[in-house]
Write a protein that binds this ligand. Sequence first.
Ligand code: AMP
Length: 114
Amino acid sequence: MDCIFCKIIAGEIPADVVYEDDQILVFRDLAPQAPAHVLIVPKRHIASLDALDGSSEDRELLGYLMGKVREIAGQLELSEGYRLVCNCGEYGQQTVQHLHFHLLGKRQMAWPPG
Ligand code: AMP
């Protein structure tokens, strides 16, 4: 499959990995938008939030991933807060078609997002 994140997960493309277990990989974004910017990626290929079908496997995986955010934020020392972003589809400006969550921190965020 021609998916850059699947290649990172398979170890075919290098990445600055900050956390890994059997279900998720977390690595630093190549083009960081904040002093701390990592991508939290499920190892199983899912194209986007919109590709989730409500199956128990998807619910379990996403519940697991969300439950890990606090731990990863702690590892990155984001004690003053952080933002979790998931871009979906064209209007959401998703550029990599493998579900991922941006975890951003170590600066003051603004609202609304652009
Ligand atoms: P999105 O636009 O939400 O799909 O986010 C994709 C993100 O992946 C962007 O922030 C890119 O900078 C990042 N990205 C693309 N290729 C790589 C890579 N090889 N290693 C790390 N981050 C990457």
